[in-house]
Design a protein around this ligand. Structure first.
Ligand SMILES: [Zn+2]
Length: 351
């Protein structure tokens, strides 16, 4: 009896110790002890096609708290997030951090070094194959690795994008509305904290956790608040676009009580309550007729698709009145690919 009691006391002491001193945080092949940071790689092994190594930094705070994952470079030519996370890494101090931050510096190195847009060499869009497959092609294996090694240990996720190498984009974030009041409120809190004043309401993402398609949806369908943010585009690294990503990341950490940092929280958000990606009816040469942030009426000419000789194939028009959130700014276009993203903007928060 006495021995049994002693064992219970020892077990209690052990669990109390682990509750007060957080454990090492392991991601891929790296581990960071409490109060420490580490950088290294998540190795995506070779499979049907060559694998890759995803560069990751882990900042494990001295005290427990939220685990925020910041994911950059899902699309290889979306550079602003990749540059911003280098700055975030240089400024973060794990000794002054509550909780932990996982930085995925470049989710898709193969597309980055190959200067690709939209698609990996396997022809797949990484942000359409989540939660991924361990035995799939490269995009699916990357998605599987990020799901299991980054999204699962995280409590909050920010997926950082901009217009791809061909997209001229105004800054905005996506707030996913699921119908779960607590989760939706937590997602909105992240979107406001990140500081981009246009917030696209997204109600269309798949519900099935085994077929989430998108990075942020993979977190949301596992009960974790997550947003997707967009700042920059056209393959540029202009200072305002990079700074918005960097400032937004720190503002989210401040909002979650992880550290002291300046808040860029949106005071008066504008909501995009209706939006549509206008896709190309044909493969050809795109001649845009509008610019990002331009207001359009129903039927406003967005641009023309010609054949290679210059003969008009299609005039492409706005489906409803709104603002151009992005427009493809370079000539190549294939049938079914995006040409423009039009959104109806309101200052009335949707129900
Ligand atoms: Zn993207």
């Amino acid at each position: 009896m006495r021995l049994f009691s002693l064992l219970l006391v020892l077990a209690g002491a052990a669990s109390a110790a682990s509750a007060t001193a957080a454990d090492a945080l392991r991601v891929g092949e790296i581990a960071a002890q409490p109060g420490q940071q580490a950088s290294g790689y998540i190795v995506v092994p070779d499979g049907a096609d060559p694998g890759t190594r995803i560069p990751v930094s882990v900042f494990n705070g001295a005290t427990p708290g939220p685990v925020l994952a910041l994911i950059a470079g899902t699309h290889g030519s979306e550079y602003t997030s990749i540059v911003a996370l280098q700055r975030v890494r240089a400024r973060l101090d794990p000794a002054r951090l509550k909780g932990a931050v996982i930085l995925v510096h470049m989710a898709n190195p193969t597309t980055f070094y190959g200067r690709r847009i939209y698609f990996s060499p396997d022809g797949k869009n990484l942000n359409r194959v989540y939660p991924g497959q361990a035995e799939g092609t490269l995009s699916q294996r990357i998605a599987h690795a990020i799901t299991t090694q980054v999204i699962v240990p995280a409590t909050h996720v920010v997926d950082m994008h901009c217009g791809d190498g061909n997209e001229s984009l105004r800054p905005y974030s996506y707030w996913q509305v699921t119908g779960d009041p607590a989760l939706d409120a937590a997602g909105k809190r992240l979107a406001l904290a990140f500081g981009l004043d246009h917030i696209v309401i997204d109600r269309e993402r798949p519900v099935d956790p085994s077929r989430t398609l998108y990075t942020s949806n993979t977190a949301v369908r596992r009960g974790k608040p997550a947003i997707t943010v967009e700042s920059g585009g056209m393959g540029l690294t202009d200072e305002p676009s990079v700074r918005a990503q960097e400032a937004g990341a720190f503002s989210v950490m401040a909002e979650l009580g992880m550290l002291d940092a300046p808040s860029v929280k949106v005071d008066k958000p504008l909501f995009v309550d209706r939006s549509l990606v206008v896709t190309s009816p044909a493969t050809g040469v795109w001649h845009p007729a509008v610019e990002k942030m331009q207001s359009v009426a129903t039927g406003t000419l967005l641009g023309r698709v010609s054949d290679p000789f210059g003969n008009l194939l299609h005039e492409v028009r706005a489906p409803f009145a709104g603002e151009v959130l992005y427009v493809v700014g370079t000539p190549p276009v294939s049938e079914g690919e995006p040409l423009a993203f039009v959104g109806h903007v309101t200052d009335v928060e949707p129900k």
